[in-house]
Design a protein around this ligand. Sequence first.
Ligand code: DUC
Ligand code: ZN
Ligand code: ZN
Ligand code: ZN
Length: 494
Amino acid sequence: MPHHLLVKGGTVVNDDRSFRADVHCEDGIIKQVGLDLAVPEGTEVVDATGKLVLPGGIDTHTHFQLPFMGTVSVDDFFIGTQAAVAGGTTMIMDFAIGMAGESPLAAVEKWRGWADEKVVCDYSLHCAITWWDESVARDMAVIAGEKGINSFKVFMAYKNVFQLPDDKIVHVLKHCKSIGAIMQVHAENGDIIDEQSRRMIDLGITGPEGHVMCRPEEVEAEATNRAIMLANQLNSPLYVVHVMSKSAADRISEARRRGCVVFGEPIAAGLGTTGHHCWHHDWRHAAAYVMGPPLRNDDSTPGYLMHMLANGDLQATGTDNCTFNADQKALGKDDFRKIPNGVNGVEDRMSIIWEKGVHAGILSPSQFVAATSSNAARIFNMYPRKGRIEAGSDADLVVWDAEASRTISAKTHHHAVDFNIFEGMTVHGVPLVTISRGKVVYAHGKLMTVKGAGRFIPRGAYSDFVYEKIRVRDRANLPVGVKREPYSGPVIKL
Ligand code: DUC
Ligand code: ZN
Ligand code: ZN
Ligand code: ZN
């Protein structure tokens, strides 16, 4: 028996327009969008009267159960995706991260094994490249061609762990281009962080504030600029993850004006709070905000980044959700270099961006949808399957109450972690009902999730959205009369 669901009485918001319409879903797919729809008897009805109906959020950046800095992040794929749907996010994108010497393909299989049996909503993976030889190049081709992953992340920081030098980054960019994948970058100068953090310790600055002090903005801006230059020289697209500072964001927007194909991703933490907390007298409180790149010790940064989402200079939003409890953060009690880096965000991202963006008068509701869902689907090649409410798209929806508010607290959140970096913040914009694949998974404060019910979403080579930009530049860069063949690598049909 097919399962039918009707979301009735709401205003549908897509990234280009909003309109009064009901949404009829059949077996996980949107069947019709409109008024006075004919639906079969027995159809489950979700009342959205007077509310907004949005495409489910896509969090482009999580680290569930990540083995990192001597411990493992506590939100696993079950708890983490539960927190996601409780916050109106119906898809997360996590990172398979192998250690140096480990096959990236094996890392992808390992992450699939962890995630598949636990996720309560759909998910996808990016793959990190943390070392380089020709076997890694071969793995990348298989991962993009057969495993449905078209985004590879490199780290310019975390020296002696994940950091790749420029010559290796050039290899990754070249191989990404040849297989139709997009390179993502963690852009911070790891060499200078290593040097400056040692200097802080020598000066006796061992607390969480040292983490922020040894990573001034230009450390991020320099690496961002360098990554853009490398990608531009190789005419390969680039996606900068967790853009945390005004100056890094400026490098991206300047480059876009020059025609570089570069995308930028601010995260909930950077849009919703600041690094001031790292100076808090309570060590646990201060350490909870330690992440890399750091939250900036500057009140104007969150609004600045939000305005850049509004004007299109930055495109998609994630969270870098990578949570550690007090006892784990305490690994760095005497030395901030050992504090596991990471904060929460997957549950609160949508509300934070609504509050600081829409409620603050910076974003329109359609721009909110672009920034929280549609743009990610476009860049990562899932559009319009994800990120849009129209017939044929996956039935991932949120009934959103724009007027209601809630106060964020670790006492009520759905994370496994014992701290919430947005503690006490009252946010407008509340998810009332979350629908994943046509099923209600969260309604009015209650989770109705099924462990393992989410699916891995394979993504093919360059989305048209990215590919068209590259192709135009390819033509522009070639001497007159030379014609470049269009991309003909592996393409996974969705
Ligand atoms: N930054 C974090 O804060 N945590 C995980 C990895 C990263 O780059
Ligand atoms: Zn990172
Ligand atoms: Zn604080
Ligand atoms: Zn990350």
